[in-house]
Design a protein around this ligand. Sequence first.
Ligand SMILES: [Zn+2]
Length: 118
Amino acid sequence: MHEFAITERLVETALRTAAESAGPDARVRRVRMVAGALHALVEDNMQMAYAVLTRGTAAEGSRLEIVRRPVIAACGGCGWSGEITPPFFVCPRCEHVGVEVTGGKELFLEEVETADEH
Ligand SMILES: [Zn+2]
């Protein structure tokens, strides 16, 4: 389950970001991450890992939002560019095989929302 390793890094980064931006007592309320479709992350696994990994931390009970990005490819044959459905990396216009993937590999933490408990 590669979701666990990815979520582990995500939680570490979110906690560090929250502490840096809102101080050491900051609580994390919401975390938003962007995940390209190429990573084929299973949302349920992400949420489960997130709940386990945030337990006992400043992010316990916070919400994880996952923003999906489609797989985008560009064709070197005819210049077409658009969304494709893996695992078929074929140009829908000219059927050129081996289009270049230009989007869908994203994987990053986009936003950490903190809550002030005072
Ligand atoms: Zn093409």
